[in-house]
Each structure stands twice: as C-alpha cells, then as structure tokens.
Design a binder for this molecule. Structure first.
Ligand code: ZN
Length: 332
C-alpha cells in the first residue's frame, strides 16, 4: 500500500512538473508581436458573415472571429474609428464626424490613440496609417508624433500603395488601414442589397492582398492581423442609429498566440481593438481606457470585465441603447 502511495505521489509530482514546463513553453501574448495590422472596413458591419469572403475565411481560419461586436452608440465613422484607435468611448473623445474634419488632432489630448502610446513607449517605432477617408489622418490620429500618413480616396489604389509600401521593405510596428468603398455602396443600396454584398467581396479581395503583401515580406511571422468595422448599415442604407444592422460589427484577429475558433465574449466592442493592439505590442494599457481584452482572443489571456465606473455616460447610455437595439433587432 505504501509503495502504491509513493508511486502515485511520484507520478503526481512528475505530471505537475510536466505541466509547469508546458505552461512555460506556451507562447505569451504580451509583447509577442513585432507588427500589428488594423484593417478597417468602413460600413461593413457584421456582414462579413453574409458575403462571399474567401480571403477573410482563409486569413482567419486559425483566428478568433466575432460578428456581434458592438459599435459606439453613435454609429458613425468618427465616433467609431475614434473609439477603435483610442480605446475610449465617444463620450470621452467627442470625435463626432464633424469634429474629425474641423480640428487637427495632436498628442496634447487626454485620450490619445494607440499610435501616441506606442510612440511614447518606443520613440523609434515605425508607425503608418493609410486611409481612404482622410478625416482619420487629420482629426483622429495625432499629427505631431511622426506617423507616416497616406491618404488615397480610392480603395484599389490605396491597396496598391499599401502593397508597394511593404514591398519596398517598410516594416511598421503599428499599421492602420481604412477602406471606404463598402460604406459608399451601403449608403446607396442598403445592407440587404446584392450590391452591398458584392462590395464586401471586393473589399475582401483588398484585405487578402494586404495580408499577402505583409506575409511575403515576413511581417506576419510576428504579426497580429485584425479586421474590424466601424458600423453597419440599415436595410435602406445609412447609419448613425441603434439598429442591430448598424450596431453589430465584425472583429477578427489572427496571429501566433490567437485562440483558434475563438468567438469572443458577447460584451465585446470594436474599441477593444486598442487594448488588443497594445497588449500584443507589449505596451502598458493606460488607465483611461475602457477597452479590454475579450475572452477567446489570446490563448493565454482570460476575458476581462469592462470597468463600469470609469465612464458612467458610456456605461449608462450603452446599456440603454442596447435595449433599444435588441427591440429593433426583432424586426431584423
Ligand atoms: Zn457612412
């Protein structure tokens, strides 16, 4: 009997040693990435789920994908790209569409973007932002922190410029893209139209080209690749309101420590991109952020609870808005 107990004890110790060793060898996500790519598809909402998107499916085959991440309560581009890049709500940034066009932004702000946080943490970082809607490069991403900014008001030419940028040997630590063509078709035809679905497929092709250009230049070896939408569109076309079609958006993440098949928590918001990006790059998350890391994004990070007290307006209005969204959601 004693021998048996000894043998069992020895086995248990051996097993625990093995597991400890295994845990140590597991990739740690904090700071595990040299490059983070945030690819924004304006106006695509949750509808990557419904369109033909072979590139998206290929890229995120081993990634985490959520089609029900929530947008800011004002489902416009300024508030949402603002939230995605700063990790705080529209109530804090005040980045309404008009503001992003009128006022050039600098790092002298209480709620800077992830670009400023990274610039401060690592002054030598290569940072770049290639956008179709130049309000992002003017009124959201700060203009005094040496971000390589390129504005091309045509998605295909923008994609050409991005691929050329990587092929020329540029290796940005943080790279933001905003494609805009899906939003245009959304306004014209609405989110139930065939044209809208087709344009998401076209944008899917651009996403595939951007991914491949990063990959063939070795940037995906230690790269985290994110696709996110700012808002969707109503059936008739347009956004700014609280319907499901406007409020639910796609958020997809892939990289070497990302949970394969991860679905993320129902509370996930598109602003959580800011927390995910900083974590991957090993930059401490500033206290002002209400972005969190959702469950099921990284294999080694449990989902975090969003702090309710940091931004009462957001907590309160978001909860109320979500009730309205759910009610309108019954109507589709
Ligand atoms: Zn729009």
């Amino acid at each position: 009997m004693k021998k048996l107990i000894c043998a069992l004890l020895a086995l248990t110790m051996l097993a625990s040693l093995c597991f400890a060793g295994y845990a140590e060898n597991e990739p740690k996500s904090y700071g595990a990435y040299k490059h983070v790519f945030i690819i924004g598809v304006d106006g695509a909402g949750r509808f990557f789920k419904d369109a033909e998107t072979p590139e998206f499916d290929r890229i995120f085959a081993n990634g985490a994908v959520d089609y029900t991440a929530r947008a800011e309560v004002k489902t416009d581009s300024g508030p949402n790209w603002g939230a995605i890049l700063t990790g705080v709500s529209i109530f804090k940034t005040g980045l309404q569409n008009g503001v992003t066009g009128d006022k050039e932004r600098t790092s002298e702000t209480e709620y800077p973007t992830v670009f400023t946080y990274l610039r401060k943490a690592r002054p030598g970082s290569v940072l770049a932002s290639f956008v179709n809607w130049n309000n992002i490069n003017y009124g959201i991403i700060e203009n005094d922190i040496n971000v390589n900014k390129v504005n091309v008001p045509d998605d295909e030419k923008l994609t050409d410029a991005i691929c050329a940028y990587f092929d020329e040997g540029n290796a940005p630590e943080l790279f933001f893209v905003q494609l805009d063509s899906v939003d245009h078709v959304g306004h014209e035809k609405g989110s139930k139209s065939e044209d809208y679905m087709k344009q998401i497929s076209v944008a899917d092709g651009y996403v595939g080209r951007i991914y491949d250009a990063a990959a063939r230049n070795g940037l995906m070896d230690d790269g985290l690749f994110i696709v996110v939408a700012d808002h969707g569109h109503t059936t008739a076309g347009g956004h700014g309101g609280l319907t499901m079609r406007e409020s639910q958006v796609t958020l997809a993440v892939t990289g070497k420590t990302v949970a394969k098949g991860g679905k993320m928590s129902p509370e996930t918001r598109n602003r959580d991109v800011a927390a995910i990006a900083l974590y991957a790059l090993g930059v401490e998350r500033p206290d002002v952020m209400t972005a969190v890391i959702p469950s099921d994004v990284f294999t080694d990070v449990n989902g975090e609870t969003r702090p309710a007290g940091k931004d009462f307006a957001d907590t309160f209005v978001s909860a109320l808005a979500w009730i309205i969204t759910r009610i309108t959601g019954i109507a589709g």
